[in-house]
Design a protein around this ligand. Structure first.
Ligand code: GTP
Ligand code: MG
Length: 196
């Protein structure tokens, strides 16, 4: 995909603020600090379209971006960050669940996981939620630059088993080295270009 434009649209706390459902949409979900915002920046080839941070839990609303005037990318707040203030933590679950269950233009959800960590309950819940809503998950293991080639393959097998999918269903990715970028775009294009 050649990126001609990528721009921030809006930060939404709820449906009243979602942009009109006029473009195919891809959402990005995952544990806090896993590298969601970095992955989006890598996909759109921009260093700082989406704010990244060494402090977990910085993305607390649904952030919508318009890419090539052809689709929306939605950076979802990270789950599993225990140190976020309780009033904010309580809002995350319903905010994301409502979005996933109701957004008509949502084509797929990229589920981003750290390649060094075995997927846990939250990832499985999200997979189950998506299945129930009929939205295809696109599981990605990121930060592969932190592991040797052998360890990546081992971890991919472990993660696949935990998620109940085939190892080949997991895309290996790095925002640092851009490995996996072409493969991930190929998958996303398939969903974005599919008939509405
Ligand atoms: P929240 O919005 O807080 O949930 O975090 P996030 O999932 O958006 O993560 P973010 O992209 O902000 O990245 C978190 C940290 O991981 C930053 O310090 C990034 O530089 C680092 N990081 C992200 N992706 C990679 C990667 O592929 N490789 C390496 N080595 N570091 C990465
Ligand atoms: Mg983020």
């Amino acid at each position: 995909m050649i990126i001609t434009s990528a721009e921030f649209v809006i930060s939404a706390a709820g449906p009243a603020q979602y942009p009109p459902a006029e473009l195919p949409e891809v959402a990005f979900a995952g544990r806090s600090n896993v590298g969601k915002s970095s992955l989006i920046n890598t996909l759109v080839n921009r260093r700082r379209l989406v704010k990244t941070s060494a402090t977990p839990g910085r993305t607390q609303l649904l952030n919508f971006f318009r890419v090539n005037a052809a689709c929306h990318f939605v950076d979802l707040p990270g789950f599993g960050y225990a140190r976020a203030p309780a009033h904010i933590r309580k809002k995350w679950g319903p905010m994301i669940a409502h979005y996933l269950a109701t957004r008509e233009t949502l084509k797929c959800v990229v589920l981003i996981m750290d390649v060094r960590r075995t997927p846990g309950q939250e990832e499985k819940w999200l997979m189950a939620d998506l299945e129930q809503s009929g939205i295809p998950p696109v599981p990605v293991l990121t930060k592969i630059d932190k592991l040797s080639k052998t360890r990546r393959i081992q971890q991919r097998r472990t993660a696949a088993q935990a998620l109940g999918v085939a190892p080949e269903a997991l895309t290996l990715f790095s925002s640092k080295t851009r490995e996996g970028l072409a493969e991930l775009w190929r998958i996303l294009e398939g969903f974005i270009e599919a008939a509405p």
